[in-house]
Design a protein around this ligand. Sequence first.
Ligand code: AMP
Length: 428
Amino acid sequence: MPKKPKKEFQAPKGMRDLLPQDLPYWDKLIAAGQELAQDYGFFKIETPVIEDAELFIRGTGATTDIVEKQMYFVKTAGGASLALRPEGTPGVVRAYMENGMASLPQPVKLFYYGPMFRHEQPQAGRYRQLYQLGLEIFGDPGSVLDAQIIQFCFHLLKSVGLKKIDIHINSLGCPQCRPTYRKALLDYYRHWKDKLCPDCRRRLKENPLRLLDCKEEKCQPIKTQAPASVDYLCDECRRHFKEVLEFLDELELPYFLDSFLVRGLDYYTKTIFEVFWEDKAAAPGALGGGGRYDNLVKELGGKPTPAVGVALGLDRIVELMKKEQVRVSEGPNFKVFLVQLGLMGKKKSLKLFERLYQAGILAAESMSRDSIKAQMKIADKLGVKFALILGQQEALDSTVIIRDMQSGVQETVLQEKVVEELKKRFKK
Ligand code: AMP
C-alpha cells in the first residue's frame, strides 16, 4: 500500500493560536476587566460554549447575520441540535432563568469572559473564534444603568492604556413606538426599492431596521435621507434616552448621536451603543457594543425583566493595545541565575531553586544545559546581578558559589546560608 502523504495540520480558517508573545496583552486586559467588573459590583458567571441552537435562533434572532449566516451547528449522536455560541447574552439569560436568579434581590449584575464562534469571512479584526468580555444587568429599567455600563467601557479601556475612545449611541424605542418607526422606514425605503442592493431588498422584507446597517456604496445616499428612530420615540423612550445622555454629559464622556446605528441583533429596546477608537482608520470596526433588552427574558420564557448589557471585543482591543505600544508585564523578575554542573549538581539545584523561591528570590535556570559556558552566557544576557554555581564539589560540601556578574568576584557559601548571603548583597 502506498504511504499516505504526511498531512500538515493548521488551525481552522479564521481561528488562531494566542502565542506567548501575545498573552501578556490578553492577561493584562482580562485581569483589568475582571477586577473592574467586580469593583463595579458584577459577579462572574460562566456558561457552556455550546447551547441549544434554538436559544440563539429565538434569542439573538432568526434573521440576524450571526444566526442566519454565521452560526456553527453541532449535531450530537442523540440528535440534539446544538450550536457554538455566537454571542454571550442568550446563554446568560438562560442561566439567569434556569438558576432562579429572578428571585434574588434585583438588579442582578453578571459578567462573563470567553470565546464566541462566528463563521464570518476572516479579515483584519474579524475572526471565527473571537473573545468577548460582557456585562449584563437584570431586573432594573433605570437609565442610570445604561450609563453605568458605558462608563465601565471607558474606564476599562482607559485602564489598559486606550484613552481615545468615543461611543455612537441611538435609541430603537420599544414595542409601543417601534412599529410606527418601522412603518415610516418601510414607506421611505419602498420608494427606492429598485435602487437598493440585493441584500437591502431582502432586508426590506425580513428585517427593515437592518437597512440602516448597509455598507454598499449605492445604498448610502438613500440611507442618509432615511427617517431616524429618535424622531419616533414614545414619551417614555424619549425620557429614558434623554436621561442616558444627561448621565453621559455629567460624566463628560464623549458620544455621537448616530441615527444609523441599529446593532445586528434582534432583541434590543431603547438604548443601543457601540464603542469606537477615535481614529476610525486605525481600528477595524467597533471595539464593543451593547444596549438595553427589556423583552428578551420574557421572550425566552421568563418573567418580564428589564435588562441592559455590553460585549467588548477583546481581539480588537488587544490589537489596539499592541499598536499603541501599551506597556505589559515583561515576565518574571529574575534575581539570580542558577548554574549547575553534573548530576549531583543538578539534583541539589532543583532543591536550591525551591529554597530560593520560598524566600522570594526568583532564580532563572537552564537545567537542560550542561556546559558552564553556555549557562553563564544566558545569565549574562538576562542581566542578573549574581550567578549561583553548583557543581560536583559544591554538591558534596553542601555549598554554592556566589558569583558577582559584574566584578567576577566569587565566594563559596554554605547552601543553607545562601538566602541570607544573597539578601545581604542585594541590600548593598
Ligand atoms: P457584536 O455584539 O456583534 O457587536 O460584538 C461585540 C464586539 O465583539 C464587536 O464590537 C467587536 O469588537 C467584537 N467582534 C464581533 N465579531 C467579531 C469577530 N468576528 N472577530 C473579532 N471581534 C469581533
